[in-house]
Structures are given as C-alpha cells and as structure tokens.
Design a protein around this ligand. Sequence first.
Ligand code: PLP
Length: 389
Amino acid sequence: MMETKNLRFETKLIHGGEPSPLIERAVTMPIFQSSTYEIGESLTGEINYNDIKYVRLNNTPNHLALHEKIAQLEFAEAALVSSSGMASISSALLGLVGQGEHLMAQDNLYGGTLHFLKEFFPKMGRDVTFFPAEDTANLNKYLKPNTRAVYVESISNPLLKIPDLRAVVNFAKSHGLVSMIDNTFPSPMNFNPIPFGFDVALHSATKYLNGHSDVVAGVMVSSFDLIKKVTPLFNHLGGCLDPHACFLLHRGIKTLGVRVGYQNESALKISEALEKCSKVAKVIYPGLKSHPDHLRAKEWFRGFGGMVSFEFNGSTEQADAALKQLKIPFLAPSLGGVESLYVRPSTASHSGISRTDREKLGIKDTLVRVSIGLENTQDLIEDFTRVLN
Ligand code: PLP
C-alpha cells in the first residue's frame, strides 16, 4: 500500500487504502463479488468467527480498502462500514451504551436518530436524556451515575446548529464518557472530529461521502479498540455493505474534495442571494455572519458545507406552491448528491416526530432545507430568486 498517511487530503482521497501492488494492475479497486472466501492456512485450528472472510462480516477486500481510505480521511485508526447511516448509528449506540446505561444526546438531531433514541433505545433497556444544543455549558445537569456516552451532530439536521463541540469533548473526557458525533453534514472534507477530540465519528455515507445519490451506506470511525468492541454486534445485527455498493462508495469518495469544495462556495453565494428574497423570512447557513454559530464554524471547519435552510415567509400551502415552480432542484429527501434537492423537514426527515416536539425544537412547518448540488451556482440563484420574490 502506498504510504499516504502524511499526504494531503485530496491525495488521500485517491490513493489512501488502495491495494499495493495493484490487483492485476487495475488502477481502480476491483469488485470482489464473492460472498465467502476459502479458509486459508492462517485460519485453520481454532477459528475466530470474526476472522472468517464473509460479506456480512464487512471484511472482504472491498470493505478493507474502504475502511483504510475512510480512516485516513478522518485521521483515525480504524473505520467500519455498514449498509446505511442508521445501521452504523444504531449499532454503534447499542454497542457502546449497554443495558442499564445512560446516553446524553443533543436534542436537535437527524429525525431517524431522534426517533430511534426516543422510541426504541428505552425499550432496549437504555436510558437517554436530551440536552439543548445551546446548553453545552451546563452538561453536568444531564449527567447520571450510569452515563456512558454523549452524542451530538457537528452540524444539526435541519437547523444547522453547531453545538459547542469543544465543551462536549472536554466534558466527555473529564467524566470518562465516550464522545460520539454524526459528522455527515460537514463530511471529512470540512471537519475531522477525531483529531478534534471525539472518540467516535459516524457518517451516513449515503450523503457527501458517496455523493451521487445512488448508494445507501454508513460508516463508524474510531480507535482500533472501540471498533473491535462493537464489531461482534455489527456482525450479528447484519447491517453489511454489499461489495458492489462498496465499489460505488469507494469511487464516489475519490471526488469528495472537488464536490464539497464547490458546494461550500455555491451554498454561501446561494444563501446570500436567499437573504435578499422577499418570500424568505430567515436564512440559516453557518457561513453567514447572521448564523448564531458562525464563529465556531469559522474556527473549526474548513468550509461551511452544502446545506442551506430557510423559513418561508407565508403559509405552508404558499411555500409548497412557490417551491413547485422551481425548475432545477428536486423535491426529495436525502442530501449531499450532485443534484440539488429540497424538502420541508416537517414532511420528510422529521415527519416521524410530533408537531409539538418539532415546534419545541424550533422546526417550523415552513422550514425548507436545501442540499446544494453541483449545478451552476448562478442557475440555482436565478431559479430560487425567481420563485421566492
Ligand atoms: N445522519 C444524518 C445527519 C442524516 O441526514 C441521515 C439521513 O438523512 C442519516 C444520519 C441516516 O442515514 P441513512 O439514510 O444512510 O441511514
């Protein structure tokens, strides 16, 4: 394997984790479409189940190459892919917070994670307390004797809040807690939680890492020890990534730098244009000076990301009627792809949460979340300003 650990991000995207020597001189990692592998001499005698090569165990050549590439991008020791962001998130949470133990989680989270923690985590014998993203100065209030881990998002979905990540890391370290962060929105291009001090970073690789809206995948990034701790549970829950999906994700990752670099620039210009639209009551984008966490984003992130949210100035019916006139972005859930997408989170990612709970979190029904794609920035500005004025 080429020594890439000390090379720069864009070079690691292309060469990190690639086989060396090349397999049959192929310059891209071939797909190993084999579910099982012959037991070699090294595995005879007392075989450890987790060492058998099998797709469900996420340890075939396609998985291993991806693990190494993603670990390098996040400056981490190890990575473990899975069949979806939620497979990684739920398995990591169940693997690291045991029965009878307690989790502290930020209240403003991706709807699927929030629903899992509210509805299913307690039924599985785990306890969870939510704290407001703004209340990181008082984390002690939420601590219990059995607290095991703390969970946040680097940029929350859909309100794009950035909690005081420094306070979260320091708190976790001083109380011996495992600190976990969903780093999907910034992607490793804009932020690396592990060198920042987090123990575990999670991604929906469906989004920016793959970047083409054609794969569903997830990844947990951490130390060798924590990955080793959760691997048996991941293996039994069975959320494995198919080799062909590994190949697509691997291919998608190589262009992460150029994609997210462009999206950072485009989203900033589009949010500035949206601020001037008469039918926009408020624009939420970490790159804008008006964003409450702008200074944190500026200090910690290399770019502000491709996600922009705004509140429509009018009723939900008026919002839907106006947005229907958009020609370029699709009305669709998910994000991080080459095509621009938009949703009203109350009808998509956060429809599983009651309206009362959504309102408590500040997610209005007129909130619109846009994932900026790779279309021409000016074309997108003209499309949005036409329907929002
Ligand atoms: N985390 C965040 C921030 C997300 O936005 C999503 C999906 O939208 C997920 C996790 C879940 O990912 P997946 O759909 O790959 O399971």
